[in-house]
Design a protein around this ligand. Structure first.
Ligand SMILES: Cc1ncc(COP(=O)(O)O)c(C=O)c1O
Length: 401
């Protein structure tokens, strides 16, 4: 067993560039240091309402019900599946890679009959496959289509309006449900305008809050399906949580300090302006992509996502050539250069590393992260050409007003 004391001391800060948990800004940390309150204190209702308002704003929904949970993203996934899909009923899950697979496995474990479309490595959702499965479902047995907006493992973002158009083209009544865990707060989402019936998300990525708060949003159609769904449930049940009382809303004591942190995070987003937040994410993603492009020229690294327009603004997954060990790159980046990046998940384990660039970040932080990663690769003898940081600097200089 190791404890924190077993690790060497280092001065300064460690740069967290995992695609969640992401860097928690000081204002959020400070808000979380407040004492909890008695349950009758109206301030509790105040910060819950602020989080609900903030989520509605970022989701761009007027009227969806918001359900916050003391849970991570898996909890929110389970809440979504169990509220909408009765045991034995069908759900169609669009293949995006590791996270669509994980949601499918979870849904099967709680009784859903999951139909999957294949994930074609390096490419976004196969919209045609979704369309043909729905057309073939002439008895309308599929209750919902689940899709992950940004699959954090493959760093690929799905065109949600295009998927909606494909569902509409079939005339199928299935609900359209989207996972925004890795996209909300980093890129635009338009729940109402895009015809998304329900959404799941979590606190620890674009929302700049530590892990532990999950949420679902459900429109009227999703609530109708929930109300008729006979699946046994209690903690996750939207019907029980639809209440003005905070104790009922959370099926028990609300996770007050996380909620105070999330309220502060929404304050930061409001101060910067959501459009500016999204523009900053595009800028920083562009800088990371410029570096990866430079590294790729040497032949040992390449983008996992082959479609430039589908590359996420939240995270970049970098495929390494056989013989290059991404876990060694991660370890040297972390232990020698204090840059914390992520590894490969599922089918990508041992084949990729991932640089997170979402949440409370700026250009200097991104250049520091790229510098640490490039230095780690150089010290391991990985051919990078040594021009990644240079190209990122050029990109930022050209694109910063
Ligand atoms: C897109 C996506 N969905 C769901 C999850 C699951 O969230 P959690 O790890 O908080 O359970 C993650 C986690 O990284 C994710 O990236």
């Amino acid at each position: 067993m190791t404890s924190a004391a077993d690790f060497p001391f280092f001065p300064g800060v460690r740069s967290l560039h995992s695609p969640g948990p992401s860097h928690v800004p000081k204002a959020v940390q400070d808000a979380m240091t407040n004492q909890p309150m008695d349950m009758g204190d109206p301030r509790v209702d105040g910060f819950i309402a602020a989080c609900e308002r903030g989520l509605r704003g970022l989701l761009n929904t007027q009227s969806a019900d918001i359900f916050l949970y003391a849970a991570n993203g898996h909890g929110a996934w389970e809440a979504m599946t169990i509220n909408l899909i009765a045991p034995g009923q069908k759900v169609l899950i669009a293949g995006t890679g590791h996270f669509s697979d994980s949601w499918a496995v979870l849904s099967e474990a709680i009784g859903a009959h999951v139909v999957r479309t294949p994930y074609n490595e390096g490419y976004p959702i196969d919209v045609d496959a979704i369309e043909s499965i729905l057309r073939a479902d002439t008895k309308n047995e599929i209750v919902a289509v689940f899709a992950v907006h940004t699959d954090t493992a493959s760093s690929t973002t799905t065109d949600i309006p295009a998927l909606r158009r494909a569902i509409d083209a079939t005339g199928h009544p299935a609900l359209f449900v989207v996972d925004v865990v890795a996209s909300l707060g980093a890129t635009k989402f338009e729940m109402d305008a895009w015809g998304v019936n329900a959404v799941i998300g979590a606190s620890q990525k674009g929302l700049m809050t530590p892990p532990g708060l999950g949420f679902c949003a459900a429109d009227e159609r999703a609530m109708e399906v929930c109300n008729k769904n006979p699946a046994p449930r209690f903690y996750w049940d939207w019907r029980l949580r639809k209440s003005e009382l905070s104790y009922r809303k959370f099926c028990g004591t609300p996770p007050q300090n996380l909620l105070m942190g999330m309220e502060a995070a929404f304050g930061l987003i409001e101060k910067e302006g959501a459009e500016n937040v999204f523009a900053r994410h595009r800028l920083l993603a562009g800088a990371v992509q410029a570096a990866v492009e430079a590294w790729s020229a040497e032949g040992q690294l390449q983008f996992l996502c082959k479609v430039p327009d589908a590359r996420s603004v939240s995270v970049t997954t970098i495929l390494v050539a056989p013989g290059v060990d991404p876990e060694k790159i991660r370890k040297v980046a972390r232990e020698q250069f204090q840059v914390l990046i992520a590894g490969g998940l599922g089918q990508f384990a041992g084949r990729v590393f991932r640089i997170g660039h979402l949440g409370s970040l700026n250009s200097a932080m991104i250049l520091g992260a790229l510098g640490g990663v490039e230095a780690a690769m150089e010290s391991l003898g990985v051919a990078t050409g040594g021009q990644g940081v240079r190209r990122a600097i050029q990109y930022l200089a050209e694109h910063t007003k």
